[in-house]
Each structure stands twice: as C-alpha cells, then as structure tokens.
Ligand binder design. Sequence first.
Ligand code: BGC
Length: 746
Amino acid sequence: MTRSATKSSPVELETKSRVDDLISRMTLREKIGQMTQFAGQGGIPNNLRESIKKGLVGSILNQVGVDTLNEIQRIAVDESRLGIPIIIGRDVIHGFQTMMPIPLGQAASWNPKVVEKGAEVAAAEAARYGVHWTFAPMVDITRDPRWGRIAESLGEDPFLASRVGEAMVKGFQGKDLSQPDRIAACAKHFAGYGYSEAGRDYAYVNISENELRNIVFPPFKACLDAGAATFMTAFSDLNGVPATGNEFLTKRVLRDEWKFDGFVVSDWDSVIQLITHGFSENEKEAAREAVQAWVDMEMASRTYLQNIESLVKEERIPMENIDRAVRAILSVKEKLGLFERPYTNPELFPVNGNEKYMDVAKEAAIQSCVLLKNDYQTLPLNRDKIKSLAVIGPLADDGFEQMGTWTFDGVEEWCQTPLQAIREKAGDEFEIHVAKGVDTTRSKDKHGFAEAIDAARKADTVVMFMGEEAILSGEAHCRADIDLPGVQNELLREISKLGKSTILVVMAGRPLTLDQTRHYVNSMMYAWHPGTMGGPAIADLLFGDATPSGKLPVSFPKMVGQIPIYYNQRNSGKPASHDSFTHIDHIPSRATQTSVGNTAFHMDAGFEPLYPFGFGLSYAHFEYYNLRQSKDSFTKKETIEIQVDVHNPSRYQGAEVVQLYVRDVAGNITRPVKELKGFKRVNLDPGETKNVSFKIKPRDLSFYDRNNKLIIEPGLFYFWVGGNSNAELGGKFHLIENLDQNQNNA
Ligand code: BGC
C-alpha cells in the first residue's frame, strides 16, 4: 500500500525540497486546484474523476468509504500529471464512530489529559477510514447559550478554552503528524463567530480589537502554539469585514504577528457568501478578497477555480501569494506523510469502537458530568436500600440523541444508554419501572404522563432523563427560549407532587435555564450529550461507583434576559451586591424614581447567574485552608507561588478542580472582575489533604492595552483560590517595576 507518489527524480529531490520542486513544476491552474476543496458527492462521479485527473482538486471533504477514498487517491496519485495526493477532510468534532461527550461537555471535565485521549481515539478511528484532516477544535469563545454551536464550543473563558483546545490539537496530531493514526487539526472559526448577535447563527458580530485580542484570540493562539496545522475562517461579518475576506485576521494577526505557517481554509461557501454579505460585488471579487486575506483554500464553492487565473493575469493577485498558499497546503500534506502513504489500510489499525476506545469515552463522559444540586444527599443512590427505581423521560434510552450534534459517523448501535446501564447495575436486586412520559423532548403531547406518574408512584426513587434532543443544538439550531423544551417541566411538576426522591439527569447541547426546573427535583446532574458511553458513565455516577467532578465551562443564566452573563465581566461604576439588589416584588407601588444606591442588576433576575462558571458539586466535600503566597510583591523577572491545602473530610473519594482567579485592580484599560489563571484537578481520598500550588509569572498577568499592545503592568492584584468562580478565599500581591518600588510599597 505504501508508495511514493511524487513523480520527481531523486536527483531533483536532493537539491530542492519536494514542495519547492512541485511548485516549480506546477501550472497556475494546478496551483489553484490545490487551493480548491470539493464537497464529497457520494461515490466518484465523472466530473470529480476528471477534475482530479486534471489536478484541480486539492482536497475533498465529507466523502466517506475506504474504497472510495483509496480510489480517489489512486486517481490523484496515478492519473494526475504531478501525482499530488488529496487531503481528505471531515468534521471529526467529538469522536468519529466512538463518540466522546460534545466539546462543551469535554470542557466541563477541566481535564486536558482526558480531552487529549478522546481526540487521539477520534484521530485513530478517522485515519483508519482514510480521513487526514478534521475541522476541529472549535475554539470560539461564546457567552450566549441561545447559540446552537455553544455545544461545539469550549465555553466562555479564554484560559479554559485554550487548555482544552490545545489538548484537542495534541490529541489529533500527536508529536508527529506523519504517524498513520494522526490527523491534522483545524482551529476554527477565526474569528468572532461565537459572538453572533442574540445567539442567532451566522449573524453579525461587533467586537472591538481589544476584546478580540484579550478574549477571542487567546484559544486560537494556544492551538497554534500546540502546532495546529490549519485554521478555518468564520462565516461571520466581523465589524463590517466578513472573516473570510478579513486581512486583519488571517494575514496581519495570524501570519505577520503569529507567524502561522500552516494553511487557512474558508468555511463552507463562505467565499461566495462574501457577495451575500454585501462585501463583494461578484464571484471574481469574492475570490480576490479572500485570496488577498490569505485564505488559502476555498471550501465547497468554486470561485477560486473560476477566477484566480484571470485575477493573476490582470495582476490583481500577485503570483507570490498563490505560491505561498500552495506551499502551505503542500507542506501540510508532506507533514502528514501523504506523499509516502496516500492510502489507508484499515487492517493496520485497531478496530474502531474497541474496548480501549470505549473506556476513554466512558471516562470522558464521567468527568464531564456536572452535579448541580444534591439536596439531602439524594445521590449517590444506595443499591442496598433501593427496592424499586423509576426511570422516566425521553432521553433515558436513546443512543442516537445522547451522541449529540456533529455525529456524522457515530454508530448508534454502539451507544449504551442510561436505561441499559441501570438495568445492568440492578440485576435482580431492585425493580425498574420505565416510562417515557413524552415521546421526544419537544413533544407537547401529554398522553404519556399517566404512565410516567404511575411508574414513579410504584418506585421509591425516580430518575428522570430529560433535556434537548441532539438536533436542538449545533449549527443553525439556535433557540430563543432555552428552558426544557416541550412539556417536560410540566411532567416534572406532576411527578414532584408525589413527593418521591427525584433525580434529574439533563442531556443537552447548551446550558438550559433551570430556575423553574430545579425546584421539582432533589438532585440534578448535567450530562450534556455524553456520547457513546454516556449510559454506563451516568449509571456509575448515580450509584456512586464514580464521583461527579465536572465543573461548568460556562455560566448558567436564570433566564434568557440575563444573557450575556459571564463571570469575567467588567465591574461597571455601580456594581451590584446582595445589599444593593432590590427585587421587583419589593418595590412599593407608586415609588418615585431614584438612582441613589442603584446598581447593575435586573430587578427580576438579580445580578448573578443561576450557576456560576467553574461550579460543580461532588459527593465528597472539599475544604480549603492554609492559603499562603511566596511573596507579597514580585518584579517582572520573578514568579510568585500561591499554595493552598485542600482537604476531603467526607467518606467519598473525589476529584476537585482547584481554580485560581486573579483581578488586576486598576489598568490602562479596565480589567475583568476576575480572570481564571490556573486550575488543577486533584484526587482526594476520604480524609486526605493535598497541597496545591500555582505559580504566576508576570507574563500571565499581561493584557492588551488601549493601544492594543501587549503589556505587563505593575500594580495591585487580588487573587482567589477555590472550587468555582465565586471562590472567597484569597489575598493580594503587587507586581512591581523593581525592588526599590518594593521598599516604597512596604
Ligand atoms: C461549518 C464548519 C464545518 C464545515 C464543513 C460548516 O457549515 O461551519 O464548522 O467544518 O461546515 O462541514
């Protein structure tokens, strides 16, 4: 199966690199071919075969089937003039056939190692099927749970998204991209897509350069530093210049400043959409704008193939730019080892969905679940005490739905559902009463209520599986009302009237507004869409064979009107506090207007989210004490160390994600009230205490100032250490210019 595909003589290759050699021999049309990505058409129709033979296809996306893909490569390698292999792309977003939790769920694990392993499995499974390149990770920061693609995101925070995003890149690509079980990653969507107005997909975004640099860009930069081979542009119109024709983004920042040497692909049809945006008058201008912005490869639409030749001849696109783009594309193909190994041979790989891969998926699902409420320690369930359990809800036994969005290749039959896993745990020990209650999460039909209430009545404990079907999140699936859809809340209310101990497991692709829901249940666990092994993971957590340890990667609003609500907000001149907040119900009628003492809050929702960023309970309990710091002041050349002891006084083994937040008290621009600067996951046995240490370097405190320059600014900083973004245990330190200043401070 292994063969050399480049038709150059060894002598030539000695003097020129393969890529330079190819570029020197390519016609302009062949170069444009490399810059063109065809959408898979199912099979190999004649037009595709002919285009490949002519060297007009650099890449294909969403074409599947080992035989088809190997045949496509054979045509490229054997029948095109230069024999350049094709790079096959696919949306391997959170698994290929074995599905990990959705990316937002993976971010809730706050465990880059688990995330990396998941991406490693996804890469091996996809590579086995002839895929070379995934369009992941998506590292768009978002503060809007209405946006369907929040499911695909890594949450609201640049630091967490950076750590999780880079872990995905490492998992996909490994240390050596040419290994057969690795695939190229793609950091997307550069940039600003997650700020789509009102959470409506594809809508306009308005983000200042400063916000881009301080909040939106960092996860992209982290992916680049982790070696991401490619970037994808965004569909969005960013401040009037759509991202696919935005020189500032893909040339100035990505290439000139960050020195990215991989290639940039447009999003699906996003070049031709430059016309729809009202940015380019016609396809030729759209192609010119995109190439000028250094967008190297066009996905799906064909404006490059049809227009670049004449644009070059008219000297409206410099030839050097084309050569640069082609060099970047060919270099990625070379790094992938495609010239040596254009074909896939599945027999050389472990089979997909093997036990090891399933274990990775299960561990990822366990660590991504977030326990939001656990009154009276309803969880974990005690197998010895339960006589009968009711398992109710539309998502208790639906493998397809638990996989979540972007699961083109996910195998439904491999999915183990919560009901199956609970049955396995129950054996003959306790009875299980099952009812769906409603057919789908959206259904408004209440015919199933009676059966569900009956099942609940017969049981001593009720576990409800509710949330959103997979199709209610993801691309172009945004919602304005993000409560539990359909009549699920009504069903919960009816069941709560029975007074049984009730647990709700939510599967969803976004934070839902749970302000009403939470009152109907004793315990609430957020499982996102947990993937193939969601069932066994949830069952282990319910029965205490595992302890929940996930933490929210995004704030959960009480109601839609609070959006955007995020922890790293600016303070305002009138920050709200519990003392200043007045609920609408407490304002006397005919009250006269006053602004004295008034602060930034909603009269009906307060100023806090329902659950803050970083929040998540455990069966164990963690105490923080003995906070200490190595210095009170440190210079720009030094490091400060912050340590804390974390103790688990409970009888459960558990893992705590210890989080470090910092506030820069005054800056050249106003700074967020808190910023996550570090986190560590620690396992603690019952009674165990561990010392957790964070080192802060001055560079960690840097930010882009009002002139968009990266600065490290001396001054006073507060810090907090704890289990969520409301952590109260903290202290302060000074960053100083030099030691003299230290004495002045003392
Ligand atoms: C999405 C991308 C995706 C591409 C290819 C687009 O609609 O925005 O994220 O990679 O399709 O499927």
